[in-house]
Design a binder for this molecule. Structure first.
Ligand code: 13P
Length: 257
């Protein structure tokens, strides 16, 4: 398989700069400097400087959790791609369900951010996923398809190679409930079908589609066995070195199968 597994931590609003340094030192001590799978930590803005310094010399990449789609200007409280790149950020999480829900981010705004991230050399991790009501209403495929298409509108196949998709069923985030491997695989396959329609089969085959939503050491092996699940976007389990490294090891195992 050409695709590499990818384990990314989404720290959300957790960890001060000092705590970020300690967590990264812990991850590095356990993980060594493996190169079999891709790994990133996406930290709060205020921890990026400390995280970037702590990651020096490691194979772990740095990511941010959001950006504003302008180069600079009167946008109080917002962050531009250049500000993130100053700390060697490679990735940026966009369209997370928490931002869609609490900050009312629309698919159109998220698409603007995805395009601006790509234009500025950052790799977006675009999150999509249905709510419990939408799943129970039989709308999962429709919702995820629409979020994927709208999030990726006006992007060329060449740029799409730098996009990572994260399927995160909203009802599974932080709840301890995980989609079964079969449930997740069904949606991942649908996302890859859409990527194929948008960008061609070759590009779609090479794009990473991560699962997110209560992924932890106990369920990672089963999820990562699925054909279209290329890794995880990890919330709670990314906040402790032991559990995050255990997920990296699951991905290394899956990659060597
Ligand atoms: P949890 O792993 O805590 O469920 O969070 C998943 C998530 O939202 C990652 O972006």
């Amino acid at each position: 398989m050409a695709r590499r597994y990818f384990i990314a931590g989404n720290w959300k609003m957790n960890k001060t700069a000092a705590e970020a340094k300690a967590l990264i030192e812990g991850i590095k001590a356990l993980e060594g400097s493996q190169t079999q799978v891709d790994v990133a930590v996406c930290t709060p803005f205020t921890a990026l400087d400390a995280a970037s310094k702590a990651l020096a010399g490691s194979t772990i990449k740095l990511g941010a959790e959001n950006l504003y789609p302008k180069a600079s200007g009167a946008y109080t409280g917002e962050i531009s791609p250049d500000m993130l790149k100053e700390f060697d950020c490679a990735y940026v999480i966009l369209g997370h369900s928490e931002r869609r829900e609490y900050f009312k981010e629309s698919d159109e705004f998220i698409n603007e951010k995805v395009r601006f991230a790509l234009e500025n050399g950052l790799k977006p991790i675009l999150c999509v996923g249905e709510t419990l009501a939408q799943r129970e209403g039989g709308q999962t495929i429709e919702v995820v398809s629409s979020q994927t298409k709208k999030g990726l509108a006006s992007i060329s196949a060449d740029s799409a190679k730098n996009v990572v998709i994260a399927y995160e069923p909203v009802w599974a985030i932080g709840t301890g409930k995980t989609a079964t491997p079969a449930m997740a695989q069904e949606v991942h396959a649908q996302i890859r079908k859409i990527l194929s329609e948008l960008f061609g089969a070759d590009t779609a085959e090479n794009m990473q589609i991560l699962y997110g939503g209560s992924m932890k050491p106990e369920n990672a092996d089963e999820l990562l066995k699925e054909k279209d699940i290329d890794g995880g976007l990890i919330g709670g389990a990314a906040l402790k070195a032991e559990s995050f490294v255990s997920l990296i090891k699951s991905a290394i195992c899956a990659a060597s199968r």
